[in-house]
Write a protein that binds this ligand. Structure first.
Ligand code: BV8
Ligand code: ZN
Length: 245
């Protein structure tokens, strides 16, 4: 591992543009269950069954009960050393953080240049008038109604089968294509189009570093795959980008 770690740190030391892509694994050590890990189940439902427009149409109360369960759980969690290490990188590099996570923990850790590819659990959107607002209360009345038009509110996240916000996706692709180092942490590399960003970065000459507890479909693009916890490995990488100051 140390040889791979040194290789990764060296790449970070000489990089000017660094782009990171994170997934649920980066929040795991904060106590937020991952999507496909064992803790991701809720009342025998898999996330993919509830994070979908059809599920919301069929039973908005059930979907809102799931989101309230997640909001309440996440509201009690704090960023971990992996979040803080990534937030720190912004001080030394031209850095863009792309996250698939909707938990807001990268912001809480002090990150500024963050692209929330799949939206935020702390934002709600009216299904009738489209008004969006940030609401950080840990539990919402079910189902929540719009203060403007009394329309049904939904979580302002991207569900399976829904297209992403093209402005955010375009910025993410640009950040992948312009990266000297592309750092992928805590994602199973299953969900598209997020998982393809590593291939775009690789294709345009980036050095790709993967941090995960296991190999993933992204590992084939990685120059270095560091197996271990993001909360432990990302701080080890940190002196790579500080040395390069
Ligand atoms: C789209 C927001 C097209 C909601 C999420 C059929 C029909 C339609 C689309 C598709 C289809 N087939 C495939 C698709 C594409 C689909 C998709 O990718 N499906 C997958 C399941 C195959 N994608 C979509 O639908 C996307 N939209 O394609 O639109 C389109 C275009 C035009 C018009 C209409 C449609 C939208 C995808 C977004 C879905 N929303 N979340 C919410 O959160 O409530 S995705 C969800 O998965 C989360 O965002 C999560 O972050 C994300 C990815 O999962 P991971 O983050 O990777 O988490 P996971 O649990 O999988 O893995 C955790 C990893 O961490 C593991 O590798 C583990 O080893 C590691 N780990 C654990 N602990 C640690 C660790 N690593 C380090 N340290 C640790 N301590
Ligand atoms: Zn409304």
């Amino acid at each position: 591992m140390t040889e791979l770690l040194e290789k990764a740190k060296n790449a970070l030391k000489h990089a000017e543009n660094v782009t990171a892509l994170t997934g649920a694994g980066v929040s795991a050590e904060s106590g937020v269950p991952t999507f496909r890990g064992s803790g991701g189940m809720w009342k025998n439902f898999r996330p993919e069954q509830l994070a979908a427009p059809e599920a919301f149409k069929k039973d908005p109360v059930l979907v809102w009960e799931w989101y309230n369960w997640r909001r309440e759980l996440i509201a009690s969690k704090k960023p971990n050393s992996g979040h803080y290490a990534l937030a720190d990188m912004e001080k030394y590099k031209r850095f863009t953080l792309i996250t698939q996570n909707v938990d807001g923990l990268h912001h809480l850790a002090g990150g500024k240049n963050i692209l929330e590819l799949h939206g935020s659990i702390w934002k709600v959107r009216c299904t009738r008038c489209g008004t969006t607002k940030i609401d950080r209360s840990s539990v919402l009345t079910v189902p929540p109604r719009c203060s403007k038009c009394n329309g049904l509110l939904r979580p302002d996240v991207v569900w399976f089968g829904e297209s992403l916000d093209m402005r955010i996706l375009d910025k993410s692709i640009d950040a992948a294509l312009s990266a000297d180092v592309f750092l992928v942490a805590g994602t199973s590399g299953v969900v598209q189009p997020a998982a393809s960003l590593a291939r775009y970065a690789k294709g345009s000459g980036a050095f790709v570093i993967e941090v995960n507890m296991e190999k993933t479909p992204i590992s084939i693009e990685a120059d270095v795959t560091l197996i271990g916890k993001a909360g432990e490995i990302l701080p080890m990488l940190q002196d790579g980008w500080i040395e390069g100051r």
